[in-house]
Write a protein that binds this ligand. Sequence first.
Ligand SMILES: [Zn+2]
Length: 186
Amino acid sequence: MKYFVHESSYIDEGVKIGDGTKIWHFTHVLGGASIGANCSLGQNVSIGNNVIIGNGVKIQNNVSVYEGVELEDYVFCGPSMVFTNDLTPRSKYPKGQEGYLRTKVKEGASIGANATIVCGHTIGRWAMIASGAVVTKDVPDHALMVGVPAQQIGWVCECGKTLSKAYTCPECGITYGQLAGGWDGI
Ligand SMILES: [Zn+2]
């Protein structure tokens, strides 16, 4: 076994886990889930049936990744952030697996502590969702989203720094200008 699972955690049948991944205390990975290489799952994490998680993903404490959610490579899920998979849940009228709405978090995106991602949306590559934000629509690549409901207030570099008005990163000097098609909504 080239990955680590703490003895307090449960890994169900038919789960795939990549090399170098670490799964810490009191975590449950349900059947059919696939977790890539070099991931870190913190304490009290739950991974739903058939969830797909890429490589290098970090999931902090107290996060449930429900069925219908997909995390691409290098996604970061801050502590106690929340996913959902049903827009209109009723205990009396369960929709079952077919009724789940899909949520995709694309490569490199980060979701801050205590943020909520309402199901059925896509978070673009390298987007940054602030702590406590509630995302209720699709998020463009590199967008910086804050508040409730979340609004875009800027753009972020792949490294995480906020871009200048010229779409340049103050840290690495990269200019995203040539990629800015559709980026004039702010
Ligand atoms: Zn940068």
